[in-house]
Design a protein around this ligand. Structure first.
Ligand code: FAD
Length: 476
């Protein structure tokens, strides 16, 4: 069966970029059609990424706190995990949110089409709905928001498929493997490793480079690395997997590098978390003027317009950082530009959060970026050991830091490590975006006792005046 219809705006992909774009365009009066491989919008973030991982990390946190409560005089006993109910709960969270998005699409009269879209020309797409059902849709403008997918590892290709997990299959919780190897010390590997370790797996992480979370400031990573030493079986830096084969009782892994000999080499499952690549290769872009870069990201300008004037691209498919809130922000820019409004993607601060325990969050300029750019900055650090609120939580291992421009004392970046860092970073984003100075932050009264005070106290540290952390620094 082949059909045809038209829309003013077609959006390819219903993730946080795609559905945000479709909804805003509809709110602005456009006739919008949204194509995705799922019935309800949500994309990777809701179905296979942010939301299911955070639901499981919430459970991981609960399990960890229940264990640690013994130190506070509360014994809860050994937890019993009902994997089917846990999976059902996580699926219910996802279903509730994606179903809600479906309702919002209908209320806005956004037409949703389930299928896989490819460009036939710069003014039409062809949607494969499966079972021979296809449709051609002509449009005035299009937004590509097709996201990204996990990168696989060829050297594991000969293993039985159920031995090898990626983030999607790991979130399906097939079982709690007694011994899990995580390849990749980036945020996805560490978040999922944290989940499985809390559920009871003996988790080993292998990372090729010399640090976890490559690129993140070392002082923010330190509290996490210290804690992972107690919660994971091993973290092997500067080590790589050179081969793997089925063996009696598991997969025998061959490691190479600095810590190759320092670990078990027999695992029940291997989780590959070595990165993601943009979904741009099978979109029929060759039938348009849309260009991609050497990594497969679609080339866009500040308005998120591609080399084809009627086609925009946003989200993971349009470049780093691959984060849901960056996709959603780009969606607004693209739709505003497409509808003739003045808009540009020019954030000073895109926050990033690693939802491990402790959480790590940062925004704006990092110390590492400043150093590699040869830029002089001042850094003020407030250790959570001096925070009353952190002490009440039994978590004094965190840190809050400000990266400050010495000329004018503007806050250029903020970094946090500690429980709740992901929520606290929002204040840092506002400070950086608004061009706040350290004095502005110092003079803003923060509620006591809260972890948010650590931001104010970091500003006080800058002047050598922190009440709870004595570090004389400069005359004022
Ligand atoms: P996606 O969410 O990838 O959605 C793209 C959609 O397009 C998908 O539904 C796909 O099936 C569909 N599609 C692809 N090609 C076609 C086609 N040709 N036709 C029709 N449909 C198509 N980000 C955060 O900000 N915070 C987090 O905590 C976080 N956690 C994550 C945890 C995990 C395990 C993973 C994997 C990712 C996580 N991310 C997180 C990243 C986040 O999911 C992505 O940055 C975000 O989903 C990107 O949104 P998007 O709109 O670009 O595309």
């Amino acid at each position: 069966m082949a059909g045809e219809r038209s829309a003013e705006l077609v959006v390819l992909g219903g993730g946080p970029g795609g559905y945000a774009a479709a909804f805003l365009a509809a709110d602005l009066g456009r006739k919008v059609l949204l194509v995705d491989t799922e019935t309800d919008p949500g994309g990777v973030c809701l179905y296979r990424g942010c939301i299911p991982s955070k639901a499981l990390l919430h459970v991981a946190r609960l399990l960890t706190e229940a264990r640690e409560a013994e130190d506070w005089g509360v014994r809860l006993g050994k937890p019993r995990i009902d994997l089917d109910r846990l999976r059902a709960w996580k699926d219910q969270v996802v279903g509730k949110l994606t179903g809600g998005l479906g309702d919002l699409a209908r209320k806005r009269k956004v037409v949703t089409v389930r299928g896989y879209a490819r460009f036939r020309s710069a003014r039409s797409i062809w949607v494969d709905k499966g079972s021979g059902d296809t449709e051609t849709i002509t449009f005035e403008q299009a937004i590509v928001a097709t996201g990204s997918r996990p990168v696989g590892l060829k050297l594991l290709g000969q293993l039985s498929p159920d031995r090898v997990l990626d983030s999607t299959s790991a979130l399906d919780l097939p079982e709690i493997p007694p011994r899990l190897l995580v390849i990749g010390g980036g945020y996805i590997g560490l978040e999922l490793g944290t989940v499985y370790a809390a559920l009871g797996s003996r988790v080993t992480v292998v990372e090729m480079t010399s640090a976890l979370l490559p690129g993140v400031d070392a002082d923010l990573v330190r509290p996490l690395a210290a804690r992972l030493e107690t919660t994971l079986a091993a973290v092997l830096l500067e080590t790589r997997v050179a081969g793997a084969e089925e063996a009696r009782g598991g997969v025998q892994v061959r490691l190479e590098g600095k810590h190759a000999g320092a670990s078990d080499q027999l695992f029940d499952r291997i989780l590959v978390a070595v990165g993601r690549r943009p979904n741009s290769g099978d979109l029929g872009l060759e039938n348009t003027q849309v260009e991609t870069d050497e990594h497969g990201f679609i080339r866009v300008d500040a308005q998120r317009r591609t080399d084809e004037p009627a086609i925009f691209a946003i989200g993971d498919v349009a470049g780093q950082p691959m984060l849901a809130h960056k996709a959603a922000h780009e969606a607004r820019v693209a739709v505003e530009a497409a509808t003739g409004r003045a808009a540009a993607f020019e954030p000073r601060a895109i926050p990033a959060v690693v939802f491990t325990d402790p959480e790590i969050a940062w925004c704006g300029l990092t110390e590492a970026e400043a150093r590699s750019a040869g830029r002089t900055v001042e850094v003020a650090r407030f250790p959570w050991a001096a925070s009353g609120r952190a002490a009440t939580l039994g978590r004094s291992d965190g840190v809050t830091k400000l990266v400050v421009d010495p000329d004018g004392e503007r806050i250029l970046g903020v970094g946090l490590a500690g429980p709740g860092a992901g929520e606290l970073i929002a204040e840092g984003v506002l400070a950086v975006e608004m061009g706040a100075t350290v004095t502005d932050l110092k003079l803003s009264i923060h509620p006591h006792p809260t972890l948010s005070e650590t931001l104010m106290e970091a500003a006080e540290v800058f002047f050598g005046h922190s009440t709870h952390f004595h570090r004389p620094r400069r005359k004022s």
